[in-house]
Design a binder for this molecule. Structure first.
Ligand code: AMP
Ligand code: MN
Ligand code: MN
Ligand code: MN
Length: 283
């Protein structure tokens, strides 16, 4: 088998995924991928385990993270790649995000209690098991108590962005998130932009130094893929992609090994990171 696909968007138990980091990498390898990145939400704690496993299997690996940020009053996900995982400022940003997630989980649990559901912070904390608390962990506790039948139902009825128990985040601004990734020696990529961004929005993100766009994502149709492919080409920016694997949906396992980018685009990304880190050393 000739391996030529890179999946640069994977989640593990370090955030809201279902499989341990090493297990995610094993699945990626079995699906025939050549290069991977683990991109957990607001945490880089899964990276050492994932990297070690990737090395053992001979998979190319790059550090990753999916930062939840705020852009013009709404949530904006920014992927960071190739940063130094020991960067102190990056850890400060991530620790801040984790605290915000804990506060927000408490507020959402209060809302669920008001709606009559018996669910406690301790139960959700145990479910998260050291990962930054996500709505997914709250949903799993709801499912365990048979308040709903599926995670999607929990989101539709209670935790989704327009649902009654939803509480927004106090997140880092997109501009500051991009800067934090850059300071740590990484590149910043706009995750799954879909149809959420007008040209002016993209322009703003580019002014703030966004390095590229995630053009391949399960939520993108062909038109959206081409829009971001061409946009990156016009502005000489990078393109990335991946399956956004979380390890609990059927489609996660269908997409793994299929939804990704050509290894050439991955090598271009890796080269750009090396180039930028050399510039940092020179200045
Ligand atoms: P949070 O980061 O706490 O805001 O939680 C968002 C996470 O919930 C996403 O990263 C997805 O993994 C998951 N998610 C979002 N929408 C849905 C949905 N409709 N059904 C199931 N899971 C969802
Ligand atoms: Mn998620
Ligand atoms: Mn995302
Ligand atoms: Mn994701």
């Amino acid at each position: 088998m000739k391996r030529k696909l890179a999946d640069l968007h994977l989640h593990s138990t370090a955030s809201d995924g279902k499989l341990e980091p090493a297990s995610v990498i094993n699945h990626a390898f079995e699906c025939g991928l050549k290069a991977v990145s683990l991109t957990d939400h607001d945490t880089i704690k899964g990276l050492p385990e994932a990297e070690m496993q990737a090395r053992q299997l001979g998979l190319e690996f790059i550090n990753g993270v999916e930062l939840s940020t705020f852009f013009d009053g709404r949530e904006c996900h920014i992927l960071g790649y190739g940063f130094d995982a020991d960067d102190e400022d990056l850890w400060k940003v991530l620790n801040h995000q984790v605290c915000q997630r804990n506060d927000r989980a408490g507020a959402m649990i209060d809302e669920l209690n008001k709606l009559g559901f018996e669910i406690t912070f301790d139960e959700v904390w145990a479910e998260a098991d050291n990962a930054p608390i996500s709505r997914v962990h709250i949903a799993r506790v709801m499912l365990g108590k048979r308040y709903c039948a599926t995670q999607n139902e929990v989101f539709l009825k209670f935790l989704g962005n327009d649902a009654p128990a939803y509480v927004p985040f106090e997140l880092i601004n997109a501009e500051d998130g991009i800067a934090a990734i850059h300071r740590a020696g990484g590149v910043a990529i706009l995750a799954h932009p879909s149809n959420y961004y007008l040209y002016e929005d993209l322009k703003k993100l580019m002014d703030w130094g966004i390095d590229g766009f995630e053009y391949i994502h399960p939520s993108h149709n062909y038109t959206q893929q081409m829009k971001y492919f061409n946009h990156a080409k016009n502005f000489d920016l990078l393109i990335t992609g991946g399956s956004d694997f979380h390890g609990y949906l059927n489609k996660d396992f269908i997409n793994l090994g299929l939804v990704g980018i050509d290894i050439e685009h991955y090598h271009k990304l890796a080269k750009e990171i090396t180039r930028q880190s050399k510039n940092i050393e020179l200045t």
